[in-house]
Design a protein around this ligand. Structure first.
Ligand SMILES: NC(=O)C1=CN([C@@H]2O[C@H](COP(=O)(O)OP(=O)(O)OC[C@H]3O[C@@H](n4cnc5c(N)ncnc54)[C@H](O)[C@@H]3O)[C@@H](O)[C@H]2O)C=CC1
Ligand SMILES: O=C(O)[C@H]1O[C@H](OP(=O)(O)OP(=O)(O)OC[C@H]2O[C@@H](n3ccc(=O)[nH]c3=O)[C@H](O)[C@@H]2O)[C@H](O)[C@@H](O)[C@@H]1O
Length: 464
């Protein structure tokens, strides 16, 4: 099928490249010329395992193109994905201005015929109808500009030009760091809309993925497709992210109680997770959840609830627990070192999670800010950030190029990101060059005994 994806960030680029890999002809549009230049040269502007290979292969097969020309993309696609960012405004609500600009742009370029416009971005409940209205405004504005009469409505203009379209909500559930894997091995595909024609085109688009042709295990049953109305599909996205964030806040709350009563949250998580009603995933206690989505999506849902006069107590509590959790490493450092002023702390990891270069709302940024405020010198080592130029944009932290350099003259280390590489560092050598070999494992993922053998005092979260 012919597809256009507008916005080539973590979601748009992965979606576009993976759909091209499954045999569709995809044009990806972005208004960032630098990014488009890189992608045309076969490079991925983001770090995402497996993505560069897919981009290169699909481009060579002429199934994937990149452009800044929205009209070209809109005219090509029978299905047009909107995959631009929806960051949080200071009020917590979702900033939909980029979606609006794209929807208006689509309207101004639609030609005679039928298109499906897909909200892939995470958008507030009700956005399906809103996008339809903005697209119609775009069509009407173009008609007015070309002398079609100042009072013409979007519906009238669309009818006059023979333009037909439907809006579908198709929320995305991929995780950064495993985005390509998640796209080919989804737990479900959610399609919201009220047009059978649009929904069946979407089902056809996803057939190779539904049938697991590119998945890890093609013998598994087909991927479930949840077909529902627009608002429910939009709500499914917010409800899923809010549930996962709340689950982590829950285990962090339990971890804090474990610390006080002398229990071990890692054992507790294992013990409760084996109950299939609870499940083992997303029960890793630590220094809190971050990233570009959980914080903004939980805030957006709270904001929507407020708009409807409903006080979302549980979601607010999940956010509060997370805020407090971002200070846990500081409390533990104060307990170990007493005075933090004049001390040097080394952070192992900067990105909000492993296998990504994304630092949006990363817990590391909070830590750096808090430590700087307390007069502590902060150094950091991160497998991606230390090797790329990203670290240059950071203030209040010296980004070192090796774990050994990081450890040198440090009074404590804090594990901020659970990068696999951190499991096998030469901790004995690192302990020797530190002022004080203490390690706060903010992700509870290093081996306590190994660290102790290497000469460290090991402190976990909820298992100290
Ligand atoms: N990052 C993630 O893991 C996930 C993100 N989402 C949602 O997907 C959406 C996109 O998120 P990301 O990919 O992280 O965003 P991003 O910020 O990485 O990428 C957005 C892209 O859109 C481009 N863009 C902005 N305005 C444009 C315009 N008018 N025309 C063309 N391109 C334009 C930007 O240049 C950028 O390349 C958000 O709503 C997010 O909540 C959903 C699931 C996972
Ligand atoms: O909407 C989105 O953008 C995406 O948000 C999350 O994906 P992502 O933010 O990439 O990363 P996660 O693996 O979910 O981790 C989020 C944060 O929670 C933390 N986390 C995760 C799991 C856990 O057990 N404990 C924990 O503290 C991670 O360290 C990280 O800071 C969801 O998992 C995806 O399904 C969703 O599509």
């Amino acid at each position: 099928m012919r597809v256009c994806v507008i916005g080539t960030g973590y979601v748009g680029l992965v979606t576009g490249a993976c759909l091209a890999h499954t045999g569709h002809h995809v044009i990806c549009v972005d208004n960032n010329e630098q990014k488009v230049k890189m992608m045309k040269a076969g490079q991925s502007p983001i770090y995402e395992p497996g993505l560069s290979d897919i981009i290169q292969k699909a481009s060579q097969e002429d199934l994937l193109e990149f452009t800044t020309d929205l009209a070209y993309g809109v005219n090509h696609g029978d299905i047009l994905f909107i995959a631009v960012g929806t960051p949080a405004l200071p009020t917590g609500e979702s900033d939909t201005r980029y979606v609006e600009a794209v929807a208006r742009g689509i309207g101004s370029h639609l030609e005679k015929g039928y298109k499906v416009i897909v909200n892939k971005s995470t958008v507030p409940i009700g956005s399906g109808d809103w996008v339809r209205m903005i697209v119609l405004d775009g069509i009407a504005e173009r008609q007015k500009a070309s002398g079609g009469g100042n009072s013409i409505s979007g519906d009238e203009a669309a009818a006059k030009l023979g333009i037909e379209f439907d809006v579908v909500s198709n929320p995305e559930f991929l995780r950064e760091g495993s985005a390509v894997y998640d796209t080919f091995n989804p737990d479900r595909i959610v399609l919201g809309g009220n047009s059978d024609k649009a929904l069946s085109m979407m089902e056809e688009l996803y057939q190779p993925i539904v049938k697991r042709k590119f998945g890890e295990d093609p013998s598994l049953p087909p991927v479930p497709v949840v077909k529902t109305d627009l608002s429910s599909a939009e709500m499914i996205k917010y409800a899923a992210n809010s549930f996962l964030a709340t689950k982590i806040s829950y285990i962090n709350e339990i971890a804090n109680i474990c610390d006080r009563v002398g229990a071990d949250v890692v054992q507790v998580a294992k013990g409760i997770g084996l109950d299939s009603r609870i499940g083992t995933k997303f029960l890793q206690a630590g220094i809190g959840w971050g990233g570009s989505c959980f914080p903004k999506d939980v805030s957006a849902l709270i904001h929507t609830s407020d708009d409807y006069g409903y006080d979302a107590h549980l979601l607010k509590a999940a956010v509060d627990v997370n805020k407090r959790q971002r200070t846990i490493a500081i409390e533990k450092l104060q307990h170990e070192l007493k005075i933090l002023k004049g001390k040097t702390v080394g952070l192992l990891g900067l990105t909000f999670k492993p296998d990504t270069d994304d630092m949006r709302d990363a817990p590391a940024l909070n830590l750096i800010e808090q430590l700087n405020r307390l007069g502590t010198k902060v150094k950091a080592y991160d497998p991606i950030v230390s090797q790329s130029g990203i670290g240059q944009g950071l203030s209040g932290v010296v980004v070192e190029t090796s774990p050994e350099q990081l450890a040198y003259a440090c009074d404590a280390l804090v594990v901020v990101t659970d990068w696999q590489q951190f499991l096998t560092l030469d901790y004995a050598a690192m302990a020797k060059v530190m002022n004080n070999p203490v390690i706060i494992d903010g992700r509870n993922f290093l081996d306590r005994k190994m660290l102790q053998k290497a000469g460290f005092r090991y402190v976990g979260i909820g298992c100290s």
